[in-house]
Design a protein around this ligand. Structure first.
Ligand code: GDG
Length: 765
């Protein structure tokens, strides 16, 4: 990548996480998720409103309710698909059965399209792929088409309620295309996106057909702020964006086209106080006491998950079985309460899995049960909140061993519910593992490790249990769901402000008018133009960037006016500049100032160039050519350059840092300098730079109008030297000393053409 030091106008410095420091005034919050947090159905003629289970709903719903007294938003709307039909919905609404804390806009898609979208692309393509189950992925065009249709349906529904100033927050893998669909219609809207499941490494994502993965990445990049649970997912996303969309990035800031997008880690929290309050809730305590009395002589191991292959239930049972085999002394002294919550049971593979799990449970119970005891109590149902909390409180051990999990809220909820005992055995493949270091971490597929962890947990002294718990409880209490949401919202607002600040420097029409006006008024004008990346786009090889016909015509038109002095100021060697541009009546500076040709004169060397140093530097650069496929050395009269524009972005960048360090060591205390350019490292003599060269050319011309344009780090010397003397313009979004920025090289020609009519007018007079 180019070594660009992007401006950080602000960031999270000084921000207390989760405190709503920046309050958007008069904003409504629009939450978008595939499903609404409840369903409506009719049973025996009566309307029933049922709360949905699942991590996303648990987190956001709790926030929407808890935050009702705060004045952060003027309104809150939740938009999502509705389980049930429109008639029942209306009836529930009329009877006042819907939530009061926020308004709801239900979407009623047609069944067939929805099935392909939900069971199909969402849960048979994205879900297995993002959870590292590539063999389960279905690649079906009709699924993808219907996924697009439902995303578009969401976009249409959002647009029908959107008001300027609203903050839109899109959730999860079912709606990856939505941010960009909205951005196309609402270029200025504030849009956040959060992914609740893992974002896989590029090696996994690349399994998707090229067009799909491109559209999906573009879709997400429509947001201003993109959130993930862990640092790894952030890195995977940025890497994929680089590989698929060729974005540039600096830390967690990504530049895509003319937009700046932030990508960051926001580990989701739980409503900690709700689970603490449940510890003293009468009903919960009652149920908990009943459970403890029932199993007074047994230790309780507990797990609860939605039915899903990612949750690793079968491996968990293997581990438990292995423990029973290895530790017969625990016979009749433990019980494993395994609760599975029905989920996606209309997908055939889920149903199949359910049957397999049930067979496995029967086998274990058949092999180990006694007349008075059975080791596993299995239930396939949704638990009421009170019962769930009671089970958390009663459990001596929570056995949570998914094969992959974006975060896993159950682990956090269990920790929050423990009073004076409790051990969490947690899969290291969950997002939660990166926060809950004091849990007993296991690899879920390693049955020995799981069995040993169960033994370790069951025999852990109380003092150690409490000490581990208190560390984890403090952390979970601190960054709860409220803080998670406020933190995300604060960062979203900061990102919008940073985008605005970046826009300030962009060359706009009123700036152009002023520059052209000054140009027209001037008697002697000087235009200094860098070549590669400014007048010609970068090519795979430097030799391929010969000037186009359009460029030659433009330069010819500009040079026709004798009041104009055009100066090409480049790192290129003399021969190339002479061959490509030597016919035009211009001034040329080669190798950043080592050689200069004034209009109508011959080339002159500006410094006595000693090139013995090249014998030391060349072998070092060659070593890096061998270690980094696609990189190459360009040798000029007074410069050696190592280019890495054709390498794998990550590897090239990493190797460039290594080579830079090695070169800096090699050239320390010598008259050589190492210059970090746009995907190139150059070594040359000190005292040769575009700043010095520009100053010396200007001294000979004495212009009353100067314009400098360049794109590279080496052009910064020119911008600095010309400060207060010239209009300076940087191509690209990197941090710069130039006054203005033109985002793309493509926009340079139209800008320069604005100086042509005046020239032609003068000639025709
Ligand atoms: C996705 C990601 C990420 C479960 N059973 C019952 C019940 N639940 C509640 C739990 C918890 C939630 O559902 C499950 O959350 P998880 O995080 O464990 O898992 P997913 O549903 O797969 O959630 C996950 C999450 O999004 C948030 O970003 O952590 O990685 O896959 O809150 O309490 N609640 C009740 N009865 C049940 O039977 N009342």
């Amino acid at each position: 990548m180019s070594i660009q030091h992007f401006k950080f106008i602000s960031g999270c410095n000084g921000l207390i996480f989760g405190q709503p420091l920046l309050r958007p005034s008069m904003s409504r919050l629009i939450i978008i998720s595939n499903r609404l947090p409840f369903s409506v159905e009719k049973q025996n003629g009566e309307i029933i409103v049922r709360q949905s289970s699942g991590g996303l709903v648990s987190a956001i719903k709790s926030y929407m309710e808890a935050n009702k007294d705060h004045q952060r938003y003027t309104g809150k709307i939740w938009i999502g698909n509705m389980d049930g039909n429109e008639r029942d919905w209306k009836e529930a609404e009329e009877k006042g059965l819907l939530p009061e804390d926020f308004s709801v806009k239900p979407i009623f898609p047609d069944n067939f399209t929805y099935k392909n979208f939900y069971n199909g692309f969402s849960n048979s393509t994205l879900w297995p792929l993002f959870h590292y189950f590539p063999s389960l992925v279905e690649f079906r065009k009709d699924y993808f088409e219907d996924y697009k249709k439902i995303n578009q349906l969401f976009a249409d529904n959002i647009l029908s309620v959107y008001q300027p100033g609203d903050i839109i927050w899109v959730h999860d893998y079912q709606l990856l295309l939505l941010p960009d669909m909205l951005r196309r219609v609402l270029p200025e809207a504030t849009i956040g996106f959060f992914l609740h499941i893992p974002f896989p490494s590029y090696e996994i994502l690349r399994l998707l057909p090229t067009e799909w993965k491109k559209q999906l990445m573009q879709g997400i990049m429509g947001a201003d702020l993109i959130g993930f649970h862990t640092h790894d997912y952030v890195q995977h996303f940025i890497q994929s964006a680089k590989m698929i969309l060729q974005v540039e990035s600096q830390f967690n800031t990504v530049f895509y086209g003319n937009r700046m997008v932030r990508v960051d880690q926001f580990p989701i929290g739980i409503d900690y106080q709700k689970f603490r309050a449940a510890c003293i809730d009468e009903t919960v305590v009652g149920i908990c006491t009943e459970i403890e009395e029932n199993f007074y002589d047994q230790k309780i191991i507990f797990s609860v998950d939605r039915l899903d292959y990612t949750k690793g239930i079968s491996y968990r049972l293997d581990g438990f079985e292995h423990f029973l085999e290895q530790h017969p002394e625990f016979k009749e002294k433990i019980v494993f309460i395994l609760n599975i919550v029905p989920s996606r049971d209309t997908i055939a593979s889920y149903n199949e899995m359910k049957k397999e799990i049930e067979v496995q449970i029967s086998t274990i119970n058949g092999n180990f049960s006694t007349l008075h005891w059975q080791p596993i109590i299995y239930r396939y149902n949704h638990l009421e909140f009170e019962e769930l909390c009671a089970l958390y409180q009663a459990a001596d051990v929570a056995l949570i061993t998914p094969l992959r999990d974006g975060m896993n809220l159950v682990a956090k909820e269990y920790i929050a519910s423990c009073i004076d005992k409790g051990i969490l055995i947690l899969s290291e493949l969950t997002g939660a593992a990166s926060e809950l270091n004091e849990a007993v971490l296991v690899n879920p597929t390693d049955t020995d490790e799981v069995a040993n962890a169960i033994y370790f947990a069951l025999t852990m002294p109380l003092l150690e249990q409490r000490s581990r718990l208190s560390y984890m409880q403090r952390r979970i209490a601190e960054y709860d769901v409220q803080k998670w949401i406020n933190d995300f919202m604060d960062q979203l607002i900061i990102t919008k402000k940073d985008q605005e600040a970046l826009k300030v420097n962009i060359l706009k029409e009123d700036h152009i008018k002023k520059i052209v006006d000054d140009f027209n008024k001037a008697n002697k004008r000087c235009i200094l133009l860098d070549y590669d990346g400014t007048l010609a786009p970068y090519q795979k090889l430097p030799s391929m960037a010969a000037p186009s016909g359009e460029l030659m015509l433009l330069l010819e038109q500009l040079t026709r006016d004798s009041s104009n002095e055009i100066v090409i100021i480049s790192g290129r060697d003399v021969d190339t500049l002479e061959k490509w541009l030597g016919k035009l009546p211009m001034n040329m500076i080669a190798e950043h100032g080592a050689c200069v040709k004034y209009k109508g004169e011959e080339w002159k060397e500006q410094v006595a160039v000693n090139t013995e140093w090249k014998e030391q530097v060349r072998p070092l650069m060659q070593l890096f050519v061998d270690r980094c496929a696609g990189s190459f050395i360009e040798e000029k009269k007074s410069t050696l350059a190592w280019h890495y524009r054709n390498t794998n972005q990550e590897l090239g960048f990493m190797r460039s840092r290594e080579l830079r360090n090695a070169l800096l060591q090699l050239t320390a205390n010598t008259p050589l300098q190492v210059v970090d350019g746009n995907k190139v490292l150059e070594v040359r003599m000190v005292g040769v730079d575009k700043g010095m060269a520009a100053l010396s050319v200007i001294a000979g011309i004495e212009p009353d109008f100067i314009l400098c344009i360049g794109d590279d780090a080496t052009d910064e010397d020119m911008f600095k030297a010309m400060r207060d003397k010239a209009y300076t313009i940087k191509i690209g979004r990197a941090n710069t000393s130039a006054q203005y920025t033109i985002v793309s090289q493509k926009d340079v020609f139209p800008f320069l053409k604005r100086f042509v009519p005046r020239v032609e007018q003068k000639i025709s007079r």
